[in-house]
Design a protein around this ligand. Structure first.
Ligand SMILES: *Cc1c(COP(=O)(O)O)cnc(C)c1O
Length: 366
């Protein structure tokens, strides 16, 4: 927390705005719109997963549609496809960014069209804050006229070719869950390209109530709007977002130096200067032949020093719940998953904690 979160919450109590609307919700949305630029229109909701659910609804996804989703992600990207009664089709990653491979994306769209079932939407992710090759992905979606949802849940503060993540595609989503770069304890947002879409998102997020004095509904809506209390936390967090990005990037720089002289270990890094990652999480991969054992032993070794590290996201096409789903790729995400590890990356890591991690890592590899 930055400090001012409490002030905004107190204002909500003082004015009795204890509701899923109010000055903090409007203020947080305005702060995000100004931060993202690109004439963004933001609708705050109760979670990132809920934001994806609404995005799919706005995209017109219905029962039996197919939606193409990056396989290397957190389940919040893909579960809403099933909420819609639609079918997820998973797309592999490419080596440079660990994100959606434009090659396999195009192959999946082309094959869908040939079979008479053009995919209804694409969900592309910026994993661990690393921007995807979003211009190539956008160009493919435009070429075949497929709706693009940008999952920027992990990438607030990242940018690609100078444009902020959260402003690409037809709709973007953000998350303010407890583990994200800024948090409202739980929350999310839809970033829309125009006011009509924002209004539609808010309409759907507040039970799709028609304009009538009584409660009238012509379609099914959701109870997904963000609370005015939670939005107060968000307003305070916006004041420290740049600082959090700087701290995460400082952690990444520390790991870059730490692993620079450790043979066979590669820090997940920006491919070139077009990519600017918030480095939400710093991660490594082991390039040795017995990489899987080395990485798991490192995880357990760090655990013995009371240092938590975690495996990467397990690709969705390998999850028990998605067994049998269609998949386009060559198991690149799976290979990265089996040789990778997420390292302590919190915005509140201290110098002495970084030293402790450094000593443990050097001891392990010596
Ligand atoms: C966190 C996350 C989500 C979901 O956000 P919640 O706010 O936790 O529902 C979606 N996609 C990705 C990639 C995430 O990391």
């Amino acid at each position: 927390m930055g400090g001012n979160e409490q002030k905004y919450i107190n204002e909500a109590f003082a004015e009795n705005w204890i509701a899923p609307l109010g000055p903090n919700v409007n203020g947080f949305e305005k702060d995000l719109e100004e931060y993202l630029g690109q004439d963004s229109h933001v609708a705050c909701v109760s979670s990132g997963t809920g934001a994806i659910h609404l995005a799919l609804d706005i995209a017109g996804v219905t029962r039996d549609d197919e939606v193409l989703c990056q396989t290397f992600t957190f389940c919040g990207s893909s579960h809403p496809i099933t909420y819609m009664g639609a079918t997820p089709v998973f797309i592999d990653s490419e080596e440079d960014t660990w994100n959606m491979s434009p090659v396999y994306l195009e192959e999946a769209i082309k094959e869908g069209i040939e079979k008479g079932k053009k995919p209804k939407a694409v969900i592309a992710v910026h994993l661990y804050g690393m921007p995807a090759k979003i211009d190539e992905i956008e160009a493919i979606c435009k070429k075949y006229n497929v709706f693009l949802i940008e999952d920027a849940a992990e990438a607030l503060g990242s940018s690609y070719k100078g444009q902020k993540c959260g402003t690409f595609g037809d709709l973007s989503i953000l998350s303010f869950n407890g583990n994200k770069i800024i948090t409202t304890s739980g929350g999310g947002a839809l970033v829309c390209r125009n006011k009509e879409t924002k209004d539609k998102a808010i309409f759907l997020a507040t039970q799709a109530r028609d304009a009538a004095p009584h409660y009238q509904h012509s379609q099914i809506g959701y109870n997904y709007r963000m609370s005015n209390i939670v939005a107060g936390i968000g307003r305070g967090q916006m004041e420290v977002l740049d600082e959090h990005v700087a701290l995460r990037r400082k952690n990444n720089k520390f790991y870059k130096e730490l692993f620079s002289d450790i043979d066979g270990i590669k820090l997940f890094s920006e491919p070139d200067t077009n990519f600017y990652s918030n480095h939400w999480l710093s991660a490594i991969v082991c390039e040795k032949s017995d990489n899987q054992q080395i990485i798991e032993k490192l995880r357990l070794f760090l655990h013995n020093f009371n240092i938590e590290s975690r495996p990467l996201w397990k690709p969705m096409h390998l999850q028990p719940v998605y067994i049998g789903s269609k998949f386009y790729g060559n198991e690149t995400a799976n290979k990265i998953f089996s040789k990778g590890l997420c390292l302590p990356s919190g915005s509140n890591l201290t110098d002495s904690e970084r030293n402790r991690i450094g000593n443990a890592v050097r001891t392990y590899f010596s």
